[in-house]
Design a protein around this ligand. Sequence first.
Ligand SMILES: [Mn+2]
Length: 323
Amino acid sequence: MKILNLIENIMEKEERFLITSHVRPDGDSIGTQLAIGIMLNEMGKKVTILNDDPVPKCYSFLPHSDWIKSSLNNDSQFDAVIILDCSEWERIGRIAPLAQKISAIINIDHHVDSAGLGQYNYIDSSAAAVAEQVYRLIKHMKRNITNEMALCLYTGIMTDTGSFKHGNTTVNSHHIVSELLKIGVKPNFVHHMLYERNNFSSIVLQGMLLSNLQLSNDKCVAWTSITKEILKKVGYNIEFEPESVLGMIRSIEGVDVVLLFRDLGEDKIKVNFRSKNGVDVWQIARKFDGGGHKQAAGCVINATLEDAQQMVLQEIMSVMNYC
Ligand SMILES: [Mn+2]
Protein backbone atom coordinates (compact mmCIF):
# COMPACT_ATOMS: atom_id res chain seq x y z
CA MET A 1 0.00 0.00 0.00
CA LYS A 2 1.52 3.29 -1.13
CA ILE A 3 0.59 5.36 1.89
CA LEU A 4 2.39 2.91 4.19
CA ASN A 5 5.56 3.36 2.10
CA LEU A 6 5.25 7.13 2.33
CA ILE A 7 4.80 7.05 6.11
CA GLU A 8 7.68 4.59 6.45
CA ASN A 9 9.93 6.97 4.49
CA ILE A 10 9.10 9.90 6.77
CA MET A 11 9.71 7.77 9.86
CA GLU A 12 13.09 6.62 8.49
CA LYS A 13 14.17 10.04 7.24
CA GLU A 14 13.07 12.52 9.92
CA GLU A 15 14.51 12.84 13.42
CA ARG A 16 12.17 14.80 15.70
CA PHE A 17 8.60 13.55 16.01
CA LEU A 18 5.58 14.94 17.75
CA ILE A 19 2.78 12.43 18.41
CA THR A 20 -0.66 13.69 19.34
CA SER A 21 -4.30 12.64 19.49
CA HIS A 22 -7.74 13.89 20.45
CA VAL A 23 -8.90 15.64 23.62
CA ARG A 24 -10.08 13.31 26.42
CA PRO A 25 -7.90 10.51 25.04
CA ASP A 26 -9.19 6.92 25.09
CA GLY A 27 -7.52 3.51 25.01
CA ASP A 28 -7.06 3.59 21.26
CA SER A 29 -5.45 7.02 21.21
CA ILE A 30 -3.18 6.39 24.20
CA GLY A 31 -2.32 2.83 23.05
CA THR A 32 -1.37 3.86 19.52
CA GLN A 33 0.58 6.91 20.66
CA LEU A 34 2.69 4.70 22.92
CA ALA A 35 3.11 1.87 20.38
CA ILE A 36 4.42 4.30 17.74
CA GLY A 37 6.41 6.20 20.35
CA ILE A 38 8.14 3.00 21.50
CA MET A 39 8.91 2.01 17.89
CA LEU A 40 10.35 5.41 16.96
CA ASN A 41 12.34 5.49 20.18
CA GLU A 42 13.86 2.12 19.29
CA MET A 43 14.72 3.55 15.86
CA GLY A 44 16.77 6.20 17.67
CA LYS A 45 14.34 9.04 16.95
CA LYS A 46 13.51 11.93 19.24
CA VAL A 47 9.91 11.41 20.35
CA THR A 48 7.56 13.85 22.07
CA ILE A 49 4.03 12.74 22.91
CA LEU A 50 1.68 15.57 23.70
CA ASN A 51 -2.07 15.69 24.34
CA ASP A 52 -4.48 18.40 25.38
CA ASP A 53 -5.53 16.28 28.39
CA PRO A 54 -3.44 14.11 30.72
CA VAL A 55 -3.54 10.30 30.56
CA PRO A 56 -6.68 8.99 32.31
CA LYS A 57 -5.73 6.96 35.38
CA CYS A 58 -7.10 3.71 33.95
CA TYR A 59 -4.51 3.83 31.11
CA SER A 60 -1.53 4.78 33.25
CA PHE A 61 -0.55 1.08 33.54
CA LEU A 62 0.50 1.12 29.88
CA PRO A 63 4.28 1.04 29.42
CA HIS A 64 5.87 4.50 29.18
CA SER A 65 2.56 6.29 29.78
CA ASP A 66 4.75 8.85 31.60
CA TRP A 67 6.12 9.86 28.18
CA ILE A 68 2.76 11.48 27.43
CA LYS A 69 2.81 15.14 28.41
CA SER A 70 0.15 17.80 28.36
CA SER A 71 2.46 20.80 28.24
CA LEU A 72 5.65 21.66 26.39
CA ASN A 73 8.35 24.32 26.40
CA ASN A 74 7.90 26.80 23.57
CA ASP A 75 11.16 26.31 21.74
CA SER A 76 10.57 22.65 20.78
CA GLN A 77 11.14 21.94 17.10
CA PHE A 78 9.73 19.03 15.11
CA ASP A 79 10.27 17.55 11.66
CA ALA A 80 7.04 15.57 11.59
CA VAL A 81 3.80 15.21 13.54
CA ILE A 82 1.76 12.01 13.78
CA ILE A 83 -1.91 12.64 14.54
CA LEU A 84 -3.73 9.51 15.71
CA ASP A 85 -7.42 8.64 16.03
CA CYS A 86 -8.49 12.14 15.05
CA SER A 87 -10.27 13.56 12.00
CA GLU A 88 -10.59 17.22 12.94
CA TRP A 89 -8.10 19.89 14.02
CA GLU A 90 -10.49 21.13 16.72
CA ARG A 91 -10.40 17.70 18.38
CA ILE A 92 -6.66 18.10 19.03
CA GLY A 93 -7.42 21.10 21.23
CA ARG A 94 -4.52 23.24 22.38
CA ILE A 95 -2.00 21.19 20.39
CA ALA A 96 -3.52 22.09 16.99
CA PRO A 97 -1.64 25.40 16.36
CA LEU A 98 1.71 23.71 17.11
CA ALA A 99 0.90 20.65 14.96
CA GLN A 100 -0.29 22.76 12.01
CA LYS A 101 3.11 24.48 11.81
CA ILE A 102 5.05 21.23 11.36
CA SER A 103 6.07 20.56 7.76
CA ALA A 104 5.30 16.81 7.55
CA ILE A 105 1.86 15.85 8.85
CA ILE A 106 0.92 12.18 9.15
CA ASN A 107 -2.68 11.33 10.03
CA ILE A 108 -3.70 7.78 10.92
CA ASP A 109 -7.42 7.52 11.56
CA HIS A 110 -10.50 5.32 11.25
CA HIS A 111 -13.39 7.76 11.74
CA VAL A 112 -16.15 7.67 9.09
CA ASP A 113 -15.91 11.39 8.33
CA SER A 114 -12.13 11.41 8.05
CA ALA A 115 -10.82 13.43 5.11
CA GLY A 116 -7.21 13.48 6.30
CA LEU A 117 -5.47 16.34 8.10
CA GLY A 118 -2.09 16.25 6.40
CA GLN A 119 -0.12 15.24 3.32
CA TYR A 120 0.24 11.66 4.56
CA ASN A 121 -3.20 10.31 5.43
CA TYR A 122 -3.70 6.66 6.26
CA ILE A 123 -7.46 6.50 6.67
CA ASP A 124 -9.40 3.26 7.00
CA SER A 125 -12.93 3.48 8.35
CA SER A 126 -13.23 -0.32 8.21
CA ALA A 127 -10.59 -0.64 10.96
CA ALA A 128 -12.16 -1.24 14.37
CA ALA A 129 -9.35 0.74 15.99
CA VAL A 130 -6.40 2.84 14.87
CA ALA A 131 -4.41 0.18 16.74
CA GLU A 132 -5.20 -2.20 13.83
CA GLN A 133 -3.77 0.32 11.36
CA VAL A 134 -0.70 0.90 13.50
CA TYR A 135 -0.21 -2.89 13.73
CA ARG A 136 -0.28 -3.00 9.91
CA LEU A 137 2.16 -0.10 9.66
CA ILE A 138 4.65 -1.72 12.06
CA LYS A 139 4.38 -5.02 10.15
CA HIS A 140 4.85 -3.17 6.87
CA MET A 141 7.98 -1.53 8.26
CA LYS A 142 9.20 -5.01 9.28
CA ARG A 143 9.84 -3.79 12.82
CA ASN A 144 9.66 -6.15 15.76
CA ILE A 145 6.45 -5.87 17.79
CA THR A 146 7.71 -5.98 21.37
CA ASN A 147 5.73 -7.10 24.41
CA GLU A 148 5.21 -3.46 25.35
CA MET A 149 3.96 -2.47 21.91
CA ALA A 150 1.64 -5.50 21.81
CA LEU A 151 0.08 -4.53 25.16
CA CYS A 152 -0.56 -0.99 23.88
CA LEU A 153 -2.09 -2.18 20.60
CA TYR A 154 -4.23 -4.81 22.32
CA THR A 155 -5.61 -2.14 24.69
CA GLY A 156 -6.53 0.04 21.68
CA ILE A 157 -8.43 -2.75 19.94
CA MET A 158 -10.04 -4.04 23.13
CA THR A 159 -11.37 -0.64 24.18
CA ASP A 160 -12.56 0.52 20.74
CA THR A 161 -14.44 -2.74 20.17
CA GLY A 162 -15.98 -2.71 23.67
CA SER A 163 -14.07 -5.89 24.51
CA PHE A 164 -14.76 -7.41 21.07
CA LYS A 165 -18.53 -7.08 21.22
CA HIS A 166 -19.33 -4.01 19.05
CA GLY A 167 -20.33 -4.24 15.39
CA ASN A 168 -16.94 -2.91 14.27
CA THR A 169 -15.21 -6.11 15.46
CA THR A 170 -13.98 -8.08 12.43
CA VAL A 171 -12.04 -11.18 11.45
CA ASN A 172 -9.13 -8.83 11.07
CA SER A 173 -9.46 -7.53 14.64
CA HIS A 174 -9.38 -11.10 15.97
CA HIS A 175 -6.52 -12.04 13.66
CA ILE A 176 -4.40 -9.13 14.90
CA VAL A 177 -5.36 -9.84 18.51
CA SER A 178 -4.33 -13.49 18.15
CA GLU A 179 -0.91 -12.31 16.97
CA LEU A 180 -0.68 -9.94 19.95
CA LEU A 181 -1.55 -12.80 22.34
CA LYS A 182 1.23 -14.89 20.78
CA ILE A 183 3.64 -12.05 21.59
CA GLY A 184 2.59 -12.32 25.24
CA VAL A 185 -0.42 -10.11 26.01
CA LYS A 186 -2.51 -11.50 28.88
CA PRO A 187 -6.21 -10.61 28.31
CA ASN A 188 -7.16 -11.04 31.99
CA PHE A 189 -4.42 -8.63 33.02
CA VAL A 190 -5.64 -5.93 30.62
CA HIS A 191 -9.25 -6.49 31.65
CA HIS A 192 -8.30 -6.19 35.31
CA MET A 193 -6.28 -3.01 34.81
CA LEU A 194 -9.02 -1.36 32.73
CA TYR A 195 -12.25 -2.48 34.33
CA GLU A 196 -11.63 -3.79 37.82
CA ARG A 197 -10.02 -0.79 39.46
CA ASN A 198 -13.07 1.50 39.66
CA ASN A 199 -13.17 4.02 42.41
CA PHE A 200 -16.07 4.07 44.84
CA SER A 201 -17.49 7.43 43.64
CA SER A 202 -17.71 6.34 40.02
CA ILE A 203 -19.87 3.36 41.00
CA VAL A 204 -22.07 5.64 43.13
CA LEU A 205 -22.32 7.97 40.10
CA GLN A 206 -23.43 5.06 37.91
CA GLY A 207 -26.16 4.30 40.41
CA MET A 208 -27.38 7.90 40.24
CA LEU A 209 -27.33 7.86 36.45
CA LEU A 210 -29.35 4.64 36.34
CA SER A 211 -31.90 5.95 38.83
CA ASN A 212 -32.41 9.07 36.66
CA LEU A 213 -32.83 7.07 33.48
CA GLN A 214 -35.51 8.29 31.06
CA LEU A 215 -37.20 6.53 28.18
CA SER A 216 -38.96 7.81 25.06
CA ASN A 217 -42.66 7.00 24.61
CA ASP A 218 -41.91 4.21 22.16
CA LYS A 219 -39.17 2.93 24.55
CA CYS A 220 -36.52 3.02 21.80
CA VAL A 221 -34.42 5.90 23.12
CA ALA A 222 -33.02 6.00 26.66
CA TRP A 223 -31.04 8.83 28.22
CA THR A 224 -29.59 10.06 31.45
CA SER A 225 -27.58 13.08 32.55
CA ILE A 226 -24.62 14.03 34.71
CA THR A 227 -26.10 17.21 36.11
CA LYS A 228 -24.45 19.94 38.18
CA GLU A 229 -26.30 18.57 41.23
CA ILE A 230 -24.89 15.09 40.71
CA LEU A 231 -21.36 16.47 40.24
CA LYS A 232 -21.73 18.41 43.46
CA LYS A 233 -22.42 15.13 45.26
CA VAL A 234 -19.72 12.96 43.67
CA GLY A 235 -17.08 15.67 43.10
CA TYR A 236 -16.42 17.82 40.04
CA ASN A 237 -13.14 16.16 39.21
CA ILE A 238 -14.48 12.62 39.20
CA GLU A 239 -12.71 10.43 36.68
CA PHE A 240 -15.50 8.60 34.97
CA GLU A 241 -15.49 6.22 32.02
CA PRO A 242 -19.09 6.20 30.72
CA GLU A 243 -18.69 2.93 28.80
CA SER A 244 -20.09 0.52 31.36
CA VAL A 245 -23.16 2.57 32.26
CA LEU A 246 -23.86 3.20 28.57
CA GLY A 247 -23.52 -0.52 27.95
CA MET A 248 -25.94 -1.32 30.77
CA ILE A 249 -28.55 1.08 29.39
CA ARG A 250 -28.07 -0.20 25.85
CA SER A 251 -28.74 -3.73 27.09
CA ILE A 252 -32.42 -2.84 27.68
CA GLU A 253 -34.54 -4.80 25.22
CA GLY A 254 -36.01 -2.53 22.56
CA VAL A 255 -33.65 0.36 23.25
CA ASP A 256 -31.75 1.27 20.06
CA VAL A 257 -30.27 4.61 21.05
CA VAL A 258 -28.60 5.62 24.32
CA LEU A 259 -27.64 9.17 25.23
CA LEU A 260 -25.53 10.47 28.09
CA PHE A 261 -25.59 14.21 28.65
CA ARG A 262 -22.82 15.68 30.78
CA ASP A 263 -22.89 19.25 32.03
CA LEU A 264 -19.36 20.57 31.49
CA GLY A 265 -20.29 23.96 32.97
CA GLU A 266 -20.55 27.33 31.21
CA ASP A 267 -23.48 26.07 29.14
CA LYS A 268 -21.43 23.38 27.43
CA ILE A 269 -23.06 19.96 27.27
CA LYS A 270 -21.16 16.89 26.20
CA VAL A 271 -23.34 14.21 24.60
CA ASN A 272 -22.31 10.57 24.20
CA PHE A 273 -24.33 8.52 21.71
CA ARG A 274 -24.45 4.74 21.58
CA SER A 275 -26.68 2.53 19.46
CA LYS A 276 -27.50 -1.04 18.59
CA ASN A 277 -29.38 -2.92 15.85
CA GLY A 278 -27.44 -1.03 13.17
CA VAL A 279 -28.87 2.37 14.07
CA ASP A 280 -26.54 5.16 12.93
CA VAL A 281 -26.05 7.77 15.67
CA TRP A 282 -23.09 9.40 13.92
CA GLN A 283 -25.54 11.18 11.58
CA ILE A 284 -27.16 12.79 14.64
CA ALA A 285 -23.87 13.75 16.33
CA ARG A 286 -22.55 15.39 13.16
CA LYS A 287 -25.60 17.68 13.01
CA PHE A 288 -24.19 19.16 16.22
CA ASP A 289 -20.63 19.34 14.82
CA GLY A 290 -19.70 16.08 16.53
CA GLY A 291 -18.13 12.95 15.12
CA GLY A 292 -17.40 9.33 15.74
CA HIS A 293 -18.75 6.08 14.40
CA LYS A 294 -22.17 4.66 13.51
CA GLN A 295 -22.65 2.93 16.86
CA ALA A 296 -20.62 5.31 19.05
CA ALA A 297 -20.46 9.06 18.57
CA GLY A 298 -20.24 12.28 20.52
CA CYS A 299 -20.60 16.04 20.38
CA VAL A 300 -20.50 19.15 22.55
CA ILE A 301 -23.47 21.51 22.42
CA ASN A 302 -23.45 25.12 23.61
CA ALA A 303 -26.74 25.24 25.51
CA THR A 304 -28.26 24.57 28.88
CA LEU A 305 -28.72 20.93 29.81
CA GLU A 306 -32.49 21.10 29.25
CA ASP A 307 -32.10 22.77 25.83
CA ALA A 308 -29.42 20.33 24.72
CA GLN A 309 -31.61 17.36 25.69
CA GLN A 310 -34.54 18.80 23.80
CA MET A 311 -32.47 19.60 20.69
CA VAL A 312 -30.90 16.13 20.48
CA LEU A 313 -34.13 14.27 21.18
CA GLN A 314 -36.01 16.33 18.60
CA GLU A 315 -33.32 15.59 16.01
CA ILE A 316 -33.49 11.86 16.79
CA MET A 317 -37.30 11.91 16.59
CA SER A 318 -37.34 13.69 13.24
CA VAL A 319 -34.51 11.74 11.57
CA MET A 320 -35.27 8.29 12.96
CA ASN A 321 -38.98 8.51 13.52
CA TYR A 322 -38.71 7.55 17.16
CA CYS A 323 -41.24 9.24 19.38
MN1 LIG B 1 -10.32 4.93 17.84
